[in-house]
Design a binder for this molecule. Structure first.
Ligand code: SF4
Length: 337
């Protein structure tokens, strides 16, 4: 396998590569492939920098953070264990975020999530990724960019070694791998062209729906303390009351999940919530002769709500929106943000 050996032109490859792995233009990182020692190079990132990387002459490390934005966010799993990156990828997918796994230069793996050319706010991307890591039990994993923004203390940030270093590609290192087999994709350029990029709007939704807040706002914790006060302590918001009282005809699964999240927030034990949701299911009126949500699905949705840190209200969810009350205090709070 050769990083540059395929049907595409060299210029096309440099362009494609740069569309994923670019950041600060006035500095980059590199390392000695033999000793592993790494250092910063205070020079412009040029086409030659990229070509030297792809040809295996000199590795290129990218400083992703530029003016508080980033084109990618990377988690660095440093163990030779497939499960953490795999779990991360699955959890990211649950949130609608496409993640891709790269076999790093050493024994571990990087999981990449890419954004469009305009990038995404690093603070949002880091918040969402750290939440995913916490959910899968790997909260100590390093995340790049390591900062939300650059300041006098971190005027460059930290670089992450870019994939496809020509000197390691033949050893199946620094290549993207099939998450099913962990074998390298046979054509890394075809793979890159197929990559889906996430957008900032999705990060906003994940942050809102799960009530996440950054360390600056008091840690990676749900915002429920304040929002609960805005919804009269531990009562159900109007949307949930309507769903619970009248049942639903569509989106039974999502409605079930959202009700379970509310019940958990209210402090109801798991068993009571399951019993309440089974009673609720009997009120549902799915169209076209479809059946009401099965007990097994109620158990699954309730477990999902109780096992993870979901606290959001799902206000933007198409299943919840039709039941929204414009006078809901949460609505007021959302407008003020
Ligand atoms: S704003 Fe609307 S959707 Fe959100 S919690 Fe209140 S009633 Fe429900």
């Amino acid at each position: 396998m050769d990083a540059l050996q395929t049907k595409r032109s060299t210029a096309g490859k440099v362009q494609l590569f740069s569309s994923f792995f670019s950041g600060l233009q006035n500095a980059y990182g590199t390392y000695d492939p033999v000793s592993g020692r790494s250092w910063q190079v205070k020079k412009l990132v040029t086409e030659k920098t990229i070509l030297d990387h792809l040809r295996g002459k000199s590795p290129y490390g990218v400083y992703l953070l530029v003016e508080g934005r980033t084109r990618a966010i990377v988690t660095d799993f440093d163990l030779a264990d497939y499960s953490p990156p795999h779990e991360f990828m699955s959890r990211a997918k649950h949130y609608g975020l496409p993640a891709y796994i790269e076999a790093s230069k050493s024994k571990g793996f990087h999981a990449w999530i890419f954004f469009g050319q305009e990038g995404a706010k690093a603070s949002k991307a880091r918040l969402v990724v750290k939440n995913i890591l916490e959910e899968i039990g790997y909260s100590d994993t390093e995340v790049f960019p390591k900062q939300d923004f650059l300041d006098q203390r971190a005027c460059f940030g930290n670089f992450i070694n870019a994939p496809l270093f020509g000197g390691l590609v033949p050893m199946k290192k620094t290549v993207f791998v099939d998450p099913g087999t962990f074998d390298p994709f046979p054509d890394q350029w075809d793979f890159l062209e197929s990559v889906q990029r996430a957008n900032e709007h999705l990060l906003d939704e994940i942050i809102e729906m799960n009530g996440l807040r950054s360390a600056n706002e008091g840690g990676l914790k749900p915002k429920n303390d304040t929002t609960e006060q805005r919804t009269s302590g531990h009562s159900l918001p109007p949307c949930a009351q309507r769903i619970l009282t009248n049942g639903v005809s569509h989106f039974q699964r999502v409605s079930c999940f959202r009700l379970a999240v509310h019940f958990k927030r209210m402090g109801l034990p798991y068993d009571i919530t399951v019993a309440a949701l089974k009673t609720w299911a009997l009120k549902n009126t799915p169209p076209n002769g479809k059946g009401v949500i099965q007990d097994s699905e109620i158990l699954k949705q309730t477990s999902c709500a109780y096992d993870h840190g979901y606290k959001g209200y799902g206000c933007n969810d198409p299943a919840i929106k039709p039941f929204c009350d414009p006078n809901c205090p949460v609505n007021e709070w959302r407008k003020q943000r």
